[in-house]
Design a protein around this ligand. Structure first.
Ligand SMILES: Cc1cc2nc3c(=O)[nH]c(=O)nc-3n(C[C@H](O)[C@H](O)[C@H](O)COP(=O)(O)OP(=O)(O)OC[C@H]3O[C@@H](n4cnc5c(N)ncnc54)[C@H](O)[C@@H]3O)c2cc1C
Length: 419
C-alpha cells in the first residue's frame, strides 16, 4: 500500500472536552459514525432521525451484499472519487484518516470479520451462507448506546431557530433541541423510502448555502429500443465489452432492459455521460480484436453477415439483436461495414433512470461552503458528513467508505474545544 498517514483513532492536535452536547441528525452510516467518534471523544451525543429506526439504507445495501469497502491499492482507491471542485488534497486527507484498513478493523472490533473478494470488494463474512447487514448494525447501535448516545427517532429536522438551534417535527409537535454543535448527515436523494429524501436541500438553500443539483448516480440509462430488439434481447447480457463516453472507458457487462441499459460499465461512466450535451455511449463489442482481425475472420463471406459474425466472432445473442435491429445501421452491405459497427456501435441515451431508483446521488452541499472540518462556513457549529456532500463514486465499496471517513472526520472536529 502506498505512503499515507497512519490511521489513528485519535485526531491529531485534538483538544477534547467533555460535556459538549452534539446533535447528529441522520442515522445512516455517516451520522452513526460521527456519533460514535464524538461520543468516544467524551461528547454527549443525541442522534435524531426522521424514520422510526436508523440505518435503513445501510440495511438495503446489505440485501445486495453489503460491500463495505474495497481492498485495492490506495492510489487506485482514491482515484474513484469525483465531484464538482472536489478538493483533492482535503479529500485524500479525510479518507486517509479512516481508510479501507481502518474500516475493516472497525468491523472486526464489533466482532464482524470481513473478507476481500476476487473483485477487490470487501464484504462481511457470511453467516449461514448469507451476507447480512443487520448483525453489524445491531452491534454498532449497542456500542453507541454503551457510549451514551441517545437516539431520538421520528424526529424530522425542519431547520434552525433564530439562535441557530435545530428544530424538529416530532409526530406533529415542533421541538427545538439545544446543542453546542450540529452534524447534518442526511444522505443523498436516492431510495427516498429509506428516509434519504433530499428534503434538506431547500432548508440549506434558504440559508444561502449552495447545493450542486442532485443527480442520479450509479444508475441505468434509458434508450428507445426498437420493439424487435426487446423481443430478441430483453434481459439478455452483452458480455466483455468496452464502453466509452468521450475519453472515459470501462469494460464489463451490460444488460438490455425494457427501458434501456443497466450494468457496471454504464454506472461507472455516469459522470462522463452526464457531461455530454447529447448523452450517448460507444460500444466496442470485441475489445480484444482489431477491426482488421474481425475482417480476416470473416474471410470471403458475402451474405448473412450477422449470422456468420455470431459464429466467427463469437457474438452473444443480444449483440446480434442490436446489430440486426438498431435503426439506421443495416442491412449490412459488406462484412467490413459490420466489423466497423461492432467496434464503434453508438447508442443514444435519453435520460438516466429516476433518482429514486439510483444506488446513489451526485451533487449536494458545494465544497466552497465547507471549511477543512466540513463545517458550513456560513453557519459555524453546523457540520456535514456523508452522501449529502458533493462527491460521487462508483459502486464497489467506495460510497460507504466515504460516508464512514467523513463521519469520522466530523466526529473528531465537533469534539474539539476550539469550535
Ligand atoms: C440498493 C442500494 C445498495 C447499496 N449498496 C452499497 C454497497 O454495497 N456499498 C456501498 O459502499 N454503498 C452502497 N450503497 C450506498 C450507501 O448505502 C449510501 O451511500 C450510504 O447509506 C449513505 O450514507 P449516509 O449516512 O450519507 O446517508 P443515509 O444512509 O442515506 O442516511 C441518511 C439518514 O438521514 C435521515 N434523514 C434524512 N432527512 C432527514 C430529516 N429531515 N430529518 C431527520 N432525519 C433525516 C434518513 O432517515 C436516514 O436515516 C447502496 C445504496 C442502495 C440504495
Amino acid at each position: 500500500m502506498a505512503t499515507r498517514k497512519a490511521t489513528s483513532s485519535v485526531h491529531p492536535h485534538l483538544h477534547l472536552t467533555t460535556n459538549r452536547h452534539i446533535a447528529v441528525i441522520g442515522g445512516g452510516p455517516a451520522g452513526l459514525r460521527a456519533a460514535e467518534v464524538a461520543a468516544g471523544n467524551g461528547s454527549r451525543v443525541t442522534l435524531y432521525d426522521a424514520m422510526p429506526s436508523v440505518g435503513r439504507k445501510f440495511l438495503i445495501a446489505g440485501k445486495s451484499g453489503l460491500n463495505l469497502t474495497n481492498g485495492e491499492s490506495w492510489e487506485k482507491f482514491i482515484e474513484k472519487y469525483s465531484g464538482n471542485e472536489l478538493p483533492q488534497e482535503q479529500w485524500k486527507n479525510i479518507l486517509s484518516q479512516f481508510d479501507n484498513d481502518a474500516l475493516r478493523d472497525w468491523a472486526l472490533k464489533l466482532g464482524i470479520e470481513t473478507f476481500v473478494a476476487s473483485s477487490g470488494k470487501v464484504f462481511p463474512k457470511p453467516v449461514d451462507g448469507t451476507i447480512r447487514a443487520a448483525p453489524l448494525l445491531r452491534r454498532w447501535i449497542e456500542k453507541l448506546r454503551a457510549l451514551g448516545v441517545e437516539f431520538k427517532t421520528r424526529h424530522r429536522w425542519t431547520g434552525f431557530d433564530s439562535n441557530g438551534q435545530p428544530t424538529f417535527d416530532h409526530s406533529g409537535e415542533a421541538v427545538t433541541a439545544y446543542h453546542d454543535a450540529t452534524v447534518l448527515a442526511l444522505g443523498g436523494a436516492s431510495w427516498p423510502k429509506t428516509g434519504s429524501d433530499g428534503g434538506w436541500q431547500s432548508i440549506l438553500i434558504e440559508r444561502g448555502i449552495k447545493i450542486v443539483p442532485m443527480a442520479p448516480a450509479n444508475c441505468g440509462w434509458e434508450v428507445n429500443w426498437p420493439e424487435q430488439v426487446l423481443h430478441d434481447a430483453e434481459g439478455a447480457p452483452m458480455k466483455n465489452l468496452l464502453l466509452s463516453a468521450g475519453a472515459a472507458t470501462r469494460r464489463g457487462e451490460l444488460v438490455i432492459t425494457r427501458y434501456g441499459l443497466e450494468g457496471g460499465p454504464i454506472y461507472r461512466l455516469g459522470p462522463a455521460i452526464r457531461s455530454q450535451t447529447n448523452p450517448h455511449v460507444i460500444i466496442d463489442f470485441k475489445p480484444d480484436m482489431s477491426e482488421q482481425e474481425l475482417n480476416e475472420k470473416m474471410g470471403q463471406v458475402t451474405r448473412n453477415f450477422v449470422r456468420e459474425a455470431r459464429r466467427r466472432w463469437r457474438l452473444d445473442p443480444a449483440t446480434c439483436a442490436l446489430l440486426k435491429h438498431l435503426p439506421n445501421r443495416g442491412p449490412w452491405k459488406t462484412s467490413a461495414q459490420l466489423a466497423h459497427e461492432v467496434k464503434h456501435c453508438r447508442i443514444d441515451l435519453t435520460r438516466p433512470r429516476p433518482i429514486g431508483e439510483a444506488i446513489s446521488s451526485a451533487g449536494g452541499v458545494a465544497w466552497a461552503e465547507l471549511d477543512e472540518n466540513l463545517m458550513l462556513q456560513k453557519m459555524p457549529t453546523v457540520f456535514v458528513a456523508g452522501e449529502m456532500i458533493d462527491w460521487e463514486a462508483p459502486t464497489g465499496g467506495y460510497l460507504l467508505q466515504a460516508c464512514f471517513a467523513t463521519g469520522t472526520h466530523v466526529g473528531h472536529a465537533v469534539s474539539r474545544s476550539s469550535i
